[in-house]
Ligand binder design. Structure first.
Ligand SMILES: C[S@@+](CC[C@H](N)C(=O)[O-])C[C@H]1O[C@@H](n2cnc3c(N)ncnc32)[C@H](O)[C@@H]1O
Length: 242
């Protein structure tokens, strides 16, 4: 077993590394972000990372800005997260908005990467990696002071849970599901409900081949390639629905 696989099997090791990355990123952000914005961000990040989220500070800050933009522009619709693990990124979006947050996850971890995912992913990841826990999701929301009536946890595989979910409209769709089939299912099932002016965030577009392929195919087939992505960091990208 190589060192990468060992780190992935041993979640505390992976979480420790994430905490170090987060502290390094926060130090970098302290130079470029006004202190009044940086200080609460640092506090929230250190509450959520590594126990409740794998999403690093720059991406959390971007999610905050997107939610605030929706509030300012008065774009209606719920926030939907597909791929929540222990709920940290979902709780942060709940904190900065006033709308309902849907938390979709198998809570059985990732499915096996498939033929449309990258070779590296197929070699190093395995079914069940990053298994979240609904109790920790509730804890994450509680820690940020978001009341229970503002969020709903839906447990199960996306192809079963998303089609029948009673969501009327979506202002922000956070797709954090790593693999081709998962991302494809989310986009094909939920994009139609995203409001014009609403956001779709692809947490893994820059990182995982399958996520990139699923979005690029969807963009060509559904919108003739006109959806243009904004880069957050080396992994996450987003677009506003035209
Ligand atoms: C990288 S984690 C999400 C990280 C999370 N947003 C955070 O704040 O740390 C990816 C999650 O997607 C879930 N997932 C991936 N594909 C899925 C599918 N087809 N159905 C349900 N859950 C899925 C996994 O269970 C896993 O918890």
């Amino acid at each position: 077993m190589n060192i990468v696989k060992l780190g992935m099997r041993d979640l505390p090791l992976f979480e420790g590394a994430n905490l170090l990355r987060a502290v390094r990123e926060l130090a970098g952000l302290s130079v470029t972000t006004p202190f009044r914005e940086w200080a609460p961000l640092a506090r929230i990040c250190l509450t959520l990372i590594p126990r409740y989220t794998m999403v690093l500070p720059r991406r959390l800050l971007s999610l905050r800005h997107l939610v605030e933009d929706l509030e300012t522009r008065g774009i209606s619709g719920d926030i939907v997260e597909c791929g929540s693990w222990n709920g940290g990124s979902a709780a942060l979006m709940g904190l900065y908005g006033s709308r309902k947050v849907w938390v979709f996850d198998s809570f059985e971890g990732l499915p096996e990467p498939g033929e449309n995912d990258g070779e590296w992913e197929r070699k190093h990841y395995f079914k069940g990696w990053s298994q979240g826990d609904p109790a920790k999701v509730r804890e994450a929301f509680r820690k940020l002071g978001v009341p229970t009536e503002r969020f709903e946890i839906v447990k199960g595989w996306f192809d079963r849970t998303l089609p029948g979910a009673p969501i009327r409209s979506i202002s922000l769709l956070h797709v954090d599901a790593d693999w081709y089939e998962s991302v494809k299912t989310v986009l094909e099932t939920l994009y139609a409900k995203v409001e014009r002016g609403g956001f779709v965030v692809l947490d893994d577009y820059g990182r995982f081949e399958g996520c990139r392929k699923a979005f690029d195919e969807f963009n060509r087939a559904r919108e003739g390639g006109r959806l243009s992505l904004v880069k957050v960091d080396s992994s996450a990208y987003y677009f506003r629905r035209p």
